[in-house]
Design a binder for this molecule. Structure first.
Ligand SMILES: Nc1ncnc2c1ncn2[C@@H]1O[C@H](COP(=O)(O)OP(=O)(O)OP(=O)(O)O)[C@@H](O)[C@H]1O
Ligand SMILES: [Mg+2]
Length: 234
């Protein structure tokens, strides 16, 4: 479904990711884990078209989308829930979701059905549909950012550290939602600094260190590698 080949990207003279290869097969939940500054966000942002790669390729269902602008990447079926939850604060929950849907792929009927599904997945958003996004708690804003991504009807969902800065009880709810989507057949690439959490829910794991993929396997394989665990936890 999503294939990244020898992807490199940086900031000016600084190289942030180098020759990253990864694949997310249809219906799988794949985690990309690594410590601060390892290159996780750069990888996701480059896939999502927010950052230009210096070399390499990204394909979705065999279709090359490398270097496409972010709005075209969304239309090709890739949605990013960015680090730091991007929502539009002066708009209500419902307006945020509707606006996002227009940048996506769904027909009018599909958008309406998806809205019902998002409200089912996040009852807190349904209860607050007419509340301004600015007045939502951090956890609710993360749910809204998630809902906005779903409203574009993605084939692949990219999640950048959904747990960041949230209370454990909210993280539990979000991860239950991620598992619900996974069980329903969604294809997900999850970036997490919390490796334990990521290993619990994912089918496959890639470990990134200083911009390079240093390990790849099932959650059990990665968990069993002492080298990997020491790279992650020091
Ligand atoms: N806008 C930027 N300008 C210059 N360097 C940057 C920029 N954004 C990121 N970097 C650098 O690129 C490298 C990778 O950063 P990135 O944000 O991808 O890491 P990350 O794995 O997402 O880290 P974190 O877990 O802290 O979110 C780091 O060395 C970082 O300092
Ligand atoms: Mg990051």
């Amino acid at each position: 479904m999503l294939r990244v080949s020898r992807l490199s990207a940086g900031y000016g003279a600084i190289s942030a990711v180098r020759d990253v290869d990864l694949e997310v097969r249809q219906g799988t939940l794949v985690a990309l884990i690594g410590s601060n500054g390892a290159g996780k966000t750069t990888t996701l942002n480059t896939i999502a078209g927010l950052h230009k790669p210096s070399s390499g390729s990204v394909t979705v269902d065999g279709r090359e989308i490398t270097g496409w602008a972010a709005h075209r990447v969304v239309r090709s079926g890739v949605a990013l829930v960015a680090e730091g939850r991007r929502v539009a604060p002066p708009l209500t929950v419902l307006e945020n979701l509707e606006l996002s849907a227009y940048s996506g792929r769904g027909s009018r009927t599909e958008r309406r059905d998806e809205l019902a599904r998002v409200f089912e997945l996040f009852p807190r958003l349904a209860d607050r549909r007419n509340q301004y996004a600015a007045s939502l708690s951090g956890g609710e804003q993360q749910m809204l950012a998630f809902g906005r991504a779903l409203m574009t009807m993605p084939q692949v969902l990219l999640l950048d550290e959904p747990s960041m800065g949230l209370a454990p009880s909210i993280v539990d709810i979000l991860f239950e939602n991620i598992e619900t989507l996974h069980r329903a057949g969604a294809t997900i690439l999850l970036v997490e600094q919390n490796a334990e959490l990521a290993l619990e829910v994912s089918d496959e794991v890639y470990v990134i260190q200083r911009g390079r993929i240093v390990s790849h396997g099932t959650a059990e394989e990665v968990r069993g590698s002492a080298e990997v665990m020491s790279a992650l936890f020091g």
